[in-house]
Design a protein around this ligand. Structure first.
Ligand SMILES: [Zn+2]
Ligand SMILES: [Zn+2]
Length: 310
């Protein structure tokens, strides 16, 4: 193994900056999409489908962003949608800013024991590869994730050098905090704006929207939890949606769920068509009592979905 070049004064060259920019961009996109496109929209909400090899590739990005076992993450997030900003929400800022930002992670084992997790994620427990990463909130699964993450960074340092390593490390830190910012700032009063009157305090916060690849349009998301698209207005940039649409165009993503026009006529039609049965079926995996979400799920019965009008 050659000696590592740790002479930082030699860094200020165009090649170095180009290498840094390339590693930062690729790392940021892969890790962030792993959380937003993998853990969140694919595993939790089943907003779209991809072949298994691609599913594991996308989800690995989330694991390498220190998100812990996918099964545990999804169990927390489904609970968040069921209880958002009510007692039992795992990370509502109504229980304190620091609690929502990071403290909630440390007592999840007590608050969501394995029996509760099993109820939340029966679908994921059938996936033996995902289960290998852990199926609970134990320290063991968190440590496994930590060691895999450390090993991956050591590999980058040894194989590609300190510039690649530093770019990857900075991207990783930013990506790690982005879902925590969604949990906190996108449920805090006075930040951003609300487009839909849902029962929780979710909000669309532009800087989180950009930083978290579209997840900061969180009020839209709580209104349409199953939609693969979170940014709805033209200025609500949603990079994860761009990736999913691209995968759909090249035939790799299928059954992509979009927000639909919720007109009185559409709702009435859907309600006629065995409303109760349909709500249950379309909510499989995530139960929500949000009125608008329920209406959208009803509306999903209508062919050729269009973009929602706010
Ligand atoms: Zn939320
Ligand atoms: Zn969600």
């Amino acid at each position: 193994m050659g000696a590592l070049n740790l002479d930082f004064s030699a860094w200020n060259t165009p090649t170095t900056w180009l290498t840094f920019a390339a590693w930062f961009t690729v790392s940021y996109c892969y890790l962030s999409m792993g959380i937003t496109g993998g853990y969140h929209r694919l595993l939790t909400h089943k907003s779209y489908k991809v072949p298994n090899w691609l599913k594991y590739f996308i989800v690995s990005g989330g694991y390498l962003a220190l998100m812990g076992a996918p099964v545990s993450w999804v169990a927390v997030h489904r609970l968040h949608h069921q209880k958002s900003d009510q007692p039992g929400d795992p990370h509502s800022p109504r229980d304190g800013f620091e609690h929502a930002l990071y403290k909630w992670m440390f007592d999840m084992e007590k608050r969501q024991p394995i029996e509760e997790i099993r109820k939340q994620v029966p679908d994921l427990l059938e996936d033996k590869w995902l289960c290998k990463l852990g199926v609970d909130h134990s320290a063991k699964q968190a440590q496994l994730c930590l060691w895999v993450n450390i090993a991956a960074r050591v590999l980058i340092l040894v194989a590609f050098g300190p510039v690649a390593f530093t770019a990857n490390l900075i991207a990783s830190i930013m990506v790690f905090w982005s879902p925590q910012f969604v949990n906190t700032f996108c449920h805090l009063e006075n930040w951003g704006y609300r487009t839909y009157e849902v029962r929780d305090g979710s909000r669309n916060v532009p800087w989180v929207g950009i930083m978290a690849m579209g997840e900061g349009w969180h009020n839209n998301h709580h209104a349409f939890p199953k939609s693969a698209r979170h940014g709805i207005k033209w200025y609500e940039l949603d990079c994860t949606w761009m990736m999913i649409s691209f995968l759909e165009k090249v035939g790799l993503a299928t059954e992509v769920i979009r927000p639909t026009v919720v007109s009185a006529e559409v709702i009435a039609k859907a309600k006629e068509a065995q409303a109760a049965k349909f709500v249950t079926a379309s909510n499989a995996g995530v139960q929500t009592t949000s009125d608008s979400a329920e209406l959208v799920n009803l509306a999903l019965d209508v062919p050729e979905p269009e973009l929602v009008k706010s």
